[in-house]
Write a protein that binds this ligand. Structure first.
Ligand code: IYR
Length: 232
């Protein structure tokens, strides 16, 4: 490492292998039950827990450590109502005109439509904004990857802390920058309504692909590139 670059010792806790297994299984078991929730109780949630989840999200890696994100937490019912009204206006146009037949048919199992009561029913919303550039036009790198990772950490942290959420993407969502008075270099990226599920909340009966469909292992001696043309 270049001796002129300031460094600090890595704070890395080496765990016993049993402990590694225990922790990895505990998180997997928890995340197995994470579902997109679209019906919320209006019961308030501990706001410090949500702030802490945002702290965790803001620990995500980012291109050249630019940390190109802002998370806005909205609890004001009047602002939530305004967001709902503007989102539903876009959604009505989406469902009536802009969505292709294929898209509508792909959404059918989820029963979504232009009504978004969760934007008012959830006790709070987190709106994630991506910084396309810095405040004075400075270049940022891998912005979508960076904020995508941060939002993934946020999703997992909220779930781990016992809160329900969904990744909501009104389209277009530029109105969010106006309502929340964000500067022009910040672009809305995702909306997370956060709360407890409504009593008797139902979710679509869908499943995740089995590991064998989403995971490829290249074990030692796999001899990649020794493909079909050489067999037989
Ligand atoms: N934004 C719309 C449509 C929508 C699109 C996808 I892709 C989804 O996975 C779910 C919904 C809506 O929220 O209704």
């Amino acid at each position: 490492m270049d001796p002129d670059i300031p460094t600090i010792p890595l704070d890395f806790k080496r765990l016993a292998i049993d402990e590694m297994r225990r922790r990895s299984e505990a998180l997997r078991e928890s995340l197995k039950h994470r579902r997109t929730v679209r019906h919320f109780s209006s019961e308030p949630v501990p706001v410090d827990v949500v702030r802490n989840a945002i702290r965790s999200a803001a620990q995500a890696p980012s291109g050249a450590n630019k940390q190109p994100w802002t998370f806005v937490m909205v609890r004001d019912p009047a602002v939530k109502r305004q967001i709902r009204e503007l989102a539903e206006k876009e959604e009505r146009d989406f469902y009536a005109r802009r969505a292709s037949d294929q898209w509508l048919s792909d959404l059918q199992p989820f029963g979504t439509n232009a009504n978004k009561p969760f934007l008012e029913q959830a006790p709070l919303l987190i709106v994630a904004f991506a910084h396309a550039r810095g405040p004075s036009g400075e270049k940022h790198y891998y912005v979508k990857e960076s904020i995508g990772i941060a939002c993934g950490v946020l999703l997992a942290s909220l779930h781990w802390a016992g809160l329900a959420t969904l990744t909501y993407t009104p389209s277009p969502m530029e109105f969010l920058g106006g309502v929340l008075e964000r500067p022009a270099h910040e672009r809305p990226f995702l909306v997370f309504p956060v709360g407890y599920p409504a009593a008797g909340c139902q979710v679509p009966a869908i499943e995740r692909k089995p590991l064998s469909e989403v995971f490829v292992e290249v074990a030692p001696g796999a001899a990649l590139g020794d493909g079909d043309e050489q067999s037989g």
